[in-house]
Write a protein that binds this ligand. Structure first.
Ligand code: AMP
Length: 196
């Protein structure tokens, strides 16, 4: 049982690592980007409100995302832990998450930070835009997403470091190498919280 969040800039490979980690620990992989895209596809009110922000590479307003996550974290499948991918992305969201977890009596076990140098990032994100053709991955939106990350999200590493929850993972290397590093960190985390 683990409760984890993943941090790192767009293009750091968080999504792929999230799938592997969630599979290994049999916990739900909760991706805010995926939930928002599903809402757009289904034409829900939330989808309609979020769509334009996402297309421009802007963050969706905190109120909308916080409400969506409060609902998701209260679902039936979250009792055995979870992995949040793409949330929180602002200090306001992180504060709301702490508050929610306090109410649910479910403390966070670790925040994994996937660390990639900026020039390497720009290369990766451009490559992914070509492959995936996601509307929010157009050239301008890509730059905007990186700006949003550096302005609003990057400071969350300090937020979680101050709480003693942050683990840095070097995210340069093959996907398998990065997974190995993440698993090594998580082995220590789970040994600490569930002593044999
Ligand atoms: P992702 O798939 O995680 O890269 O997210 C795609 C887009 O969804 C982002 O560029 C934002 O527009 C939006 N989004 C996802 N998660 C959040 C969040 N926690 N806060 C605000 N916007 C978000």
């Amino acid at each position: 049982m683990l409760r984890l969040i993943l941090l790192g800039p767009p293009g750091a490979g968080k999504g792929t690592q999230a799938t592997r980690i969630a599979g290994r620990y049999s916990i739900p992989h909760i991706s805010t980007g995926d939930i928002l895209r599903a809402n757009i596809e289904d034409g829900t009110e939330l989808g309609l409100q979020a769509q334009e922000y996402m297309e421009h590479g802007d963050l969706v307003p905190d109120g909308l995302v916080n409400e969506m996550m409060a609902e998701r974290l209260a679902s039936d499948d979250t009792g055995g832990g979870w992995l949040l991918d793409g949330f929180p992305r602002t200090v306001k969201q992180a504060e709301r998450l702490n508050e929610l977890l306090g109410q649910l009596g479910e403390p966070l076990d670790a925040a994994l930070y996937f660390d990639v140098p900026t020039d390497e990032l720009t290369k990766r994100i451009a490559g992914r835009a070509e492959q995936e053709c996601r509307p929010d991955d157009q050239e301008r939106a890509v730059r905007r997403r990186l700006e949003e990350y550096f302005q609003k999200t990057a400071q969350l590493t300090d937020f979680y470091r101050d709480q003693g929850l942050l683990h840095d993972i070097d995210a340069v290397g093959s996907v398998d190498e990065v997974t190995e590093r993440a698993f090594a960190v998580l082995q220590e985390v789970s040994a600490r919280i569930q002593p044999q």
